[in-house]
Design a protein around this ligand. Structure first.
Ligand SMILES: CC(C)(COP(=O)(O)OP(=O)(O)OC[C@H]1O[C@@H](n2cnc3c(N)ncnc32)[C@H](O)[C@@H]1OP(=O)(O)O)[C@@H](O)C(=O)NCCC(=O)NCCS
Length: 188
């Protein structure tokens, strides 16, 4: 594979990002979710990164804001969702580059906590751990090892407990699929 690089998305990338999400997931849920998030007032284009090889978008990652809600507080965080690499370019390090550069971008914006719903064999390599062990739970039914959290700075998770609240844009899709194909209904 030719070399690739990571950069924030631009308006010219919108259709290619839609296409790579469709190609990687083989359905439109995440592709539509990305468009809905982009059209919302919570969108930060600096936290929507693309992997570029030649003139082709081969991967995409997004970090929409979420909150961790408890009776005492509403703690800001971001979700890592979605992450995609085009099937022709998977297992070549593109996903890892998107995650690592994405987490650095999140740190640069002062974010402290990242939530992910994903494969328990993939995300722990970046430091993600089951969220429930920290007292952070999902607003939907999900296996504990699939719902993970990462503190981006030392102490970020100290004393943080509650239920994650996703942006309304996630309500527009009936669910999300994890890397093992399991579909989770975010509305349940
Ligand atoms: C999951 C995904 C983003 C990984 O990106 P990638 O560029 O292929 O991954 P990398 O090359 O950085 O890393 C390769 C490692 O990831 C693992 N991996 C790749 N796809 C995986 C998957 N679907 N589930 C679990 N692990 C996976 C590989 O086994 C490999 O592990 P190893 O380093 O121990 O050998 C990519 O396969 C993809 O887009 N899949 C379809 C969409 C998806 O499931 N997105 C994640 C939603 S939570």
């Amino acid at each position: 594979m030719d070399s690739f690089f990571i950069r924030p998305e631009t308006p010219d990338d919108i259709s290619a990002i839609f296409e790579v999400n469709f190609q990687a997931f083989a359905h439109y849920d995440e592709a539509n979710l990305v468009n809905t998030l982009r059209d919302s007032n919570i969108f930060n284009p600096e936290l929507s990164l693309v992997a570029v090889c030649g003139d082709r978008i081969i991967g995409h990652i997004m970090f929409p804001p979420v909150t961790i809600e408890s009776p005492q507080a509403s703690i800001p965080a971001v979700a890592l969702a979605p992450l995609v690499v085009h099937p022709d370019y998977q297992c070549l390090g593109v996903g890892s580059a998107l995650v690592e550069e994405g987490l650095n971008a999140c740190r640069s914006f002062g974010h402290r906590i990242v939530i992910v719903v994903g494969h328990p064999g993939y995300y722990p390599r970046y430091g993600f751990r089951p969220a429930r062990a920290h007292g952070i739970v999902a607003p939907f039914v999900v296996a504990d090892d699939v719902f993970m959290v990462l503190g981006l700075v030392p102490g970020a998770l100290d004393g943080i407990q509650g239920t994650v609240k996703y942006p309304d844009a996630f309500d527009a899709i009936v669910g999300i699929r994890t890397t093992n194909g399991e579909k989770i209904n975010l509305l349940s």
